[in-house]
Design a protein around this ligand. Structure first.
Ligand code: AMP
Ligand code: TRP
Length: 339
């Protein structure tokens, strides 16, 4: 158990989880459980760095926990917890804040993009990547599976760890980003030039994991394609819509491109759309059934999250304590055995 590499990743509890999130992130997390010592965190503290509705956050946090388990995240084989349950993350962030130059944070592209969209920007939004660094570094993480957009945050995490180690002595392991290869990138159905996104709420943009079969059929029937008739994988801009449907089909069936192109040879876009819809519906059916069973069982999620938080506290305590000791804090007697 302890020789396995440590994997840490986080996901924000925004609602509207879609098949892009599933194919690009969650499915990979599920697969990694076999090989690695995995720690997965629902990052509710990150979610409040932009204006939010408390009731919605409460509901989407519980929904996400249940969905992750329904998708195959197995609390018996990994640590699954909610960030705000483990106060070490906030404590670690404070210490890192005090060694992170402001300029490092002002340079982050995600910060600049989000800040440009808002009238007033909170200190928390600027500090977002420091909290993320704390998430990762508290567990002596080896690997961080994330999307391409998070590469800069992982680099910053390494910089913060390096700076701390340099100032106060070796304390943190420098993690590596594990960026998913292309192919797992699912595009919007209504506009195949844009990544399928939680924040685009137009009606036929995404397929959400909890969508019912008719909603899925309609969204795929309306998906933008081209005026041609060739059903092939292609990078040509005009084939982006067909390519996206084939990519989704491939991701859910596991068939090869050749097999898929041969299967659709001579068929029309109507056939393609009908078949893709049925494949997606059948793939989501068991996930949705498990989701409903989990939500219906009172106390089940609470108990899973309680155990996850307990384990996360146990695993982060030595590193946090070591860091406190290194910066010169006097440790309370009960923690002195860690140093
Ligand atoms: P987000 O929806 O941006 O919070 O992303 C959550 C996770 O899902 C990240 O690891 C993303 O890389 C992944 N993800 C989001 N959208 C897509 C997409 N359209 N295709 C593939 N992966 C995605
Ligand atoms: N910022 C990440 C995202 O938007 C979520 C996240 C928070 C995360 N803490 C993390 C990802 C730690 C990996 C490791 O996708």
């Amino acid at each position: 158990m302890s020789e396995r590499k440590i994997v840490f990743s986080g996901i924000q509890p925004s609602g509207n989880l879609h098949i892009g999130n599933y194919l690009g992130a969650i499915k990979r997390w599920v697969e990694m459980q076999d090989q690695y010592d995995c720690i997965y965190c629902i990052v509710d503290m990150h979610a409040i760095t932009v204006p939010h509705d408390p009731k919605v956050l409460h509901e989407t946090t519980l929904e996400l926990a249940a969905l992750l388990i329904a998708c195959g995240i197995d609390p018996e084989r990994c640590v699954l917890f909610v960030q705000s349950h483990v106060s070490a993350h906030a404590e670690m962030t404070w210490i890192f804040n005090c060694i992170t130059p402001l300029g490092w944070l002002e340079r982050m592209t995600q910060y600049k993009e989000k800040a440009a969209r808002q009238e007033s920007v909170s200190t928390g939004l600027l500090d977002y990547p420091v909290l993320q660094a704390s998430d990762i570094l508290l567990y002596q993480t080896d690997l961080v599976p994330v999307g391409e957009d998070q590469r800069q945050h992982i680099e910053l995490t390494r910089d913060i760890a390096g700076r701390f180690n340099h100032l106060f002595g070796e304390t943190f392991k420098l993690p590596e980003a594990l960026i998913s290869e292309v192919g797992a990138r699912v595009m919007g159905l209504d506009d195949p030039t844009k990544k399928m996104s939680k924040s685009i709420t137009s009606r036929y943009h995404a397929i959400r994991l909890l969508d019912d079969p008719d909603t899925i059929r309609t969204a795929i029937r309306r998906a933008v394609t081209d005026s041609g008739r060739e059903i092939i994988f292609s990078d040509a801009p005009e084939k982006a819509g067909v390519n996206n449907l084939l990519t989704i089909y491939q991701a859910f069936t596991g068939k090869s491109r050749e097999e898929i192109e041969a299967h659709f040879a001579g068929k029309g876009y109507g056939d393609l759309k009908r078949e893709v819809a049925e494949v997606v519906i059948e793939a989501l059916r068991p996930i949705q059934e498990r989701y409903r069973a989990i939500r219906a069982e009172r106390g089940y999620i609470d108990e899973i999250l309680r155990r996850g938080a307990e384990e996360a506290r146990r695993r982060s305590e030595p590193t946090l304590t070591q860091a406190k000791h290194r910066v010169g804090f006097v440790l309370p007697e009960e923690l002195q055995h860690h140093v």
